[in-house]
Every structure is written in structure tokens, then in C-alpha cells.
Design a protein. Sequence first.
Length: 131
Amino acid sequence: MLHPDPRAYRVALLADAIANESAASFDALGMLDAANFGVVVLPPADFAISTIASIVEYTIDDLVDYRASGYRVVVVGTSAVAQFGVWIDHVHAEIERRAIDPFEVFDIVGATGESFQRFLDASVPSALMGH
């Protein structure tokens, strides 16, 4: 492979409140970057978006494809904002509709940088097993 995947087979669905605001008490976005996670950010959950169900559906399509290819897929959100910051009701509906295992979830409320780092380091993507 000429250009290896810079995300190291890791991707996070990240709450906009964490990516673009100061919802975390630590640099969650920087930590995801340092841990080689790609990031997907949906529109803020406090916006009225009539097409959000289809946006989430397409996003989950991608995340399911990533996971099927051996990626570690996680959801990083905050219980301090509506919909966990990631339209979690729609995410759960898509998971249920597809009858798939849920993604790993981390709530930054009450978390520390150390606990988030432990979560990021908790498992190796299946695509990297044996490398």
C-alpha cells in the first residue's frame, strides 16, 4: 500500500459540542488526533434539521462499513447536551434497524483526560491484529 490509512483504523463519531466548543475539560479532539482517530462530526443536535434522519443514516452506513473493514468505531459525546451531541436517538434507531452491535460510547461529562486516554487505548482495531 503506497499510502497507509493515517487514522490507523480508528474513527470516532464526535459531538459538535466537543469538536467546536468547549464541552470537554480536556483537549478531546487533540487526543483523538494523537491517537490516530479519524473524526466524523454531525450537525449540532440543537439545530432543527429536517433531513437529519437521512444524514445520520448515511453516516451510520459509513461507520458500519468502517467497522466491517476492521476499524474500531466509537461514539464520543456529552450527556450535557441534547441527543448526546450526536443525534443519539437516530444513531440507536439505525443500529436497531440494522440489528448490529452498538458502537463503543464515551461520555465526556465528568471524565478526565486520563480516563479518555484509557478509553482510546482500550482496544486494538481488528484490522491491526497480528501486525
